[in-house]
Design a protein around this ligand. Sequence first.
Ligand SMILES: [Zn+2]
Length: 238
Amino acid sequence: MIHSVLTIDDIASKNTRPFVDYLLEKKIPAIMFAWGKRVEENYENALYAVKNGIIVGNHSYSHPFFSKLTMEEAIEEIEKNEAILDKLYQDAGVPRVYRPFRFPYGDKGGENKDALQKYFREHGFHKVKDDQIPYAVWKEMGLDKDIDTFWTYDFAEYMIRPDSGVTMDDILKRTTQVNPDLGLSLLSDKNGSHLIIIHAHDETEELVPQYYRTLIDLLLDNGFVFDEPQFYLPSENQ
Ligand SMILES: [Zn+2]
C-alpha cells in the first residue's frame, strides 16, 4: 500500500460538486485549496465541499506568482482569502479547525520566502504532516521545514487543453515515467508516500469528463490508499 494524501487545487469550479461526490463515493478524504476569487464566483459549490467534510485551504485570492508581489501585496492576497474562507466555514456551520496554505504554481515568494514562512508560523497556519514522505529530495529542498503545502506528484492534467496537444494518454503515461528527483515513477513506487495534486478545472472537464475519476481510480487500482490528512501548528513544535 502506498499511503498518500490527496490535494485538489483551484476550487471553486463548476466541477467541484461532482468531484466532492466522487470523493464521498470512494470515501477519500482530501484537502481542496481554494482561491478566494473563485469561491466568490462558485460559492454554493465551495459550501458543498465544506459541508461534506472536505478541508478547504487557502490558495490566495487571485492566484498570482508570489515572487512578483511585495510582502504587503502577498499578505493581502493571503488575508483577503482567509476572510472569505472564514465566512465560508461560518455559512456552512462547520468549525474551521485547520488552516493549510498552498502557493499558486508552488512559487514560494522569491526574496520574501523566509518572511512569508515566518508570517505563516506567527499567524496560525497549519503544516500538513509530512514526516511519512520518504524521498531525500523533500528534506534537501527544505520542504520538511516549510509551512506551506508542497507536493510530491502533480498529475499536471491541467495541461490538457484544446491548443496544447496534451491528451489524457500523455497524463496517464507520465505516471509510469521515472521522476529523476525521486528515482522512480509514481506507479512503480511500492513503498512510497505521496502528496498528490489534481486540479478542479472546468476547462479539463469539458475535454475529458470526470478526468479525476480516471486518475484517482488508477491510483486505487495500483494500491494507493488515501489517508486523512494530519496537521500541526509548527510554532508548537519548535
Ligand atoms: Zn493553483
